[in-house]
Design a protein around this ligand. Structure first.
Ligand code: AMP
Length: 217
């Protein structure tokens, strides 16, 4: 049971296109959560000119997963900072393997895991329609959540971009990787009685309300 006024640290679990990033952003706006997205962190890393950046870029371009040790080391820095500042955080895209989940357990306390359960057809449509702001990381969708002006961020007016791994072929491969390496975490967290499943059926306008109730706010 979550105590009143206490914001729990959250893991968002779900296939690519299930809406983890959008929900995380809403939690930032409404409750001032810190949004920790390992995908966003890697997208920043690959902008650098280094052998490591090139290696990660190639992995991402194949829709595969970056090595656990590297991801664990990276996320620890961010989580430590949140703990030091007493800031609740929402993890989006991490953990993605049982190894990562076991590591996470050693560095912090996760009280709630929200599993966004979506079917592949809807997820693929959401992925290929996805556009994001390279400046403030707001996420839009040309089918479900259009920006006010074509291809322009509502918040900071930057031109929106499509992620290179949001093509249909790569989306399908990311789904395969998700089923092989990440889906087992549903059972992992279910056994720990931390899992709350939300079925994603359409554009889920009430998703934030549902999650607010779960965290008792
Ligand atoms: P995302 O934006 O969460 O879909 O992540 C984009 C890509 O970054 C993934 O397809 C992986 O290549 C990499 N990535 C992000 N998070 C992780 C993670 N926790 N473990 C391994 N690779 C990751």
């Amino acid at each position: 049971m979550i105590k009143n006024n206490h914001l729990p640290n959250i893991v968002l679990l779900g296939a690519p296109g299930s809406g983890k990033g959008t929900l995380a952003q809403q939690l930032v706006s409404k409750f001032h959560y810190q949004h920790l997205s390992t995908g966003d962190m890697f997208r920043e890393t690959v902008k650098q000119n280094s052998p490591l950046a090139e290696k990660i870029k190639a992995i991402m371009a194949r829709g595969e997963l970056v090595h656990d040790d590297l991801v664990n080391q990276m996320i620890k820095t961010y989580i430590d900072r949140c703990i030091q500042n007493n800031t609740p955080f929402v993890l989006d895209g991490y953990p993605r393997t049982i190894n990562q989940a076991n590591y996470l357990k050693t560095i912090c306390d996760i009280e709630v895991v929200i599993y966004l359960d979506i079917n592949e057809e809807l997820a693929i449509k959401r992925i290929i329609g996805r556009r994001s702001c390279p400046q403030c990381h707001s996420v839009y969708n040309i089918y479900f959540k259009k920006p006010k002006h074509d291809n322009m961020c509502d918040n900071c007016h930057t031109t929106l971009i499509q992620r290179p791994d949001d093509s249909i072929e790569l989306a399908k491969n990311r789904f395969k990787v998700y089923h092989e390496q990440t889906y087992g975490l549903v059972d992992y967290y279910q056994k720990q009685k931390k899992l709350i499943t939300i079925k994603i059926v359409d554009n889920n306008q009430h998703l934030l309300d549902q999650v607010s109730q779960i965290i008792n706010q």
